[in-house]
Design a protein around this ligand. Structure first.
Ligand code: PMP
Length: 412
């Protein structure tokens, strides 16, 4: 598949093709993948509508399946208290904030959510954005500039990579989770740069592994760099009570300069946040383009995220259940002889197959047996690490996990 889709996108367009949308980069790849999948009798596993709440179980095509495709880590999307909080905010304010917060879009629930997020990390302040992806793009893109240096883990999410590109800063990717390589690169390049930023994730979404946060804190301090941690998949997942990577690694959260997270995963809403020092947050609130020139976070979503955060703190048994499920699932997968890579077994378990077609086939076979798990294919990952990616939930039952591994075994 890699060979089929490899193609030079930098060639000048054929005469008359400069306005052809079909000639845009990636269009041919999509066609080739569709044709190859059709020839192999594979259905498109993407854009399948879920007909109800996508939790540990979901209804797709009128049929209930065991669902490993959603980020509903603690089972809070659909929780009656979260739904009621969103409904109350909508009844009071309507669905939209109807303006940028700086002008007329500010609602009391915004400040309440931000205070709760800041308290979660024990830092001065926080700011909520309308999208997690947009948070990384606008904050990294705005904070850093062409005279600066950004070092990031090679496995960093697309939203960070886009922010880095927008910033125009010098960019160095270090080998995944390799803090020694990060320090070597930083030591060599720091002198020429005005400011430096290290970006890591708390819990990597493709591999389900985690960084050595204490090491990154040390390195950042030693080289006068900021440390930013994307906790999209860490909040509610890592640490004994789900507080995140700082709890997992025993690091004071105030040692991290910029906490970033999303409202779309454990907090079962939609949006993003930054938490940290008061000066940083005040500056972003008044100048980050993706905040100032975008509508305020919808009140219903802010209220849902706030209630989810309250439940995360009040019901740590959910975190324990999620972690127990992931630990069991990882053990079963490995005992069955599958390659789960470097997964740390908190909520994300890949099954690495090394072939996009193999991954698509296995995903379809499982779907036919009532199990929904997304394949991750080239070019999202190198062909050699094409995989199925399982997102675990606190609500999965042990019999479902065992049945899933039995189905994997039967079909691989
Ligand atoms: N950061 C990471 C690590 C992510 O995995 C994602 C999305 N999956 C985002 C940021 C973007 O968040 P959102 O989907 O809430 O926009």
């Amino acid at each position: 598949l890699q060979r089929l889709t490899r193609r030079r996108e930098d060639a000048p367009p054929a005469p008359g093709a400069a306005r052809a949308f079909r000639e845009l980069p990636g269009q041919r790849d999509m066609e080739l993948i569709r044709e190859a999948a059709g020839a192999l009798g594979l259905e498109n596993p993407f854009f399948r509508p879920h007909e109800g709440i996508a939790g540990a179980r979901s209804v797709i095509g009128g049929r209930e399946v065991i669902n490993f495709g959603s980020y509903n880590y603690l089972g809070l999307n659909g929780d009656a208290r979260v739904v009621a909080a969103a409904q109350a905010a909508i009844a009071r304010h309507g669905v939209s904030a109807s303006a940028s917060r700086m002008v007329s879009g500010e609602r009391p629930v915004h400040a309440a959510l931000e205070a709760a997020i800041a308290a979660h990390y024990g830092v001065d302040a926080a700011l909520a954005f309308v999208s997690g992806h947009a948070t990384n793009v606008t904050v990294i893109g705005h904070l850093m500039g062409p005279r600066d240096l950004i070092l990031h883990d090679a496995a960093i999410h697309n939203s960070c990579a886009e922010g880095v590109r927008l910033s125009g800063a010098r960019r160095i990717a270090f080998a995944h989770n390799d803090w020694r390589a990060a320090e070597r690169e930083l030591a060599a390049a720091r002198g020429a740069a005005r400011r430096a930023l290290i970006v890591v994730e708390g819990h990597y979404s493709m591999d389900g592994d985690i960084p050595d946060l204490a090491r990154f804190v040390e390195i950042a301090r030693r080289h006068d760099a900021w440390l930013m941690v994307d906790e999209a998949h860490g909040l509610g997942v890592l640490g004994a009570t789900g507080r995140g990577i700082h709890e997992q690694c025993g690091v004071d959260p105030r040692e991290v300069d910029i906490w970033m997270g999303t409202l779309s995963k454990t907090l079962s809403a939609c949006g993003g946040y930054i938490a940290g020092n008061a000066d940083l947050i005040a500056w972003l609130r008044h100048s980050a383009p993706g905040f100032v020139y975008s509508v305020g976070l919808a009140p219903g979503l802010a209220a849902a995220a706030l209630e989810s955060l309250r439940i995360l703190h009040a019901e740590p048994w959910r975190v324990a259940r999620l972690q127990a499920n992931a630990t069991l699932f990882l053990r079963l997968v490995r005992d069955a002889g599958f390659d789960a890579g470097s997964s740390a077994g908190f909520a994300i378990v890949p099954v690495i197959l090394g072939s996009s077609i193999g991954a698509a086939r296995l995903s379809q076979a499982l779907f036919e047996r009532g199990i929904n798990v997304q394949p991750i294919l080239h070019p999202a990952v190198p062909e050699s690490s094409a995989r199925l990616r399982f997102f675990l939930s606190a609500d999965h039952r042990e019999d479902e996990l065992r049945a899933t591994v039995a189905a994997l075994r039967a079909r691989s």
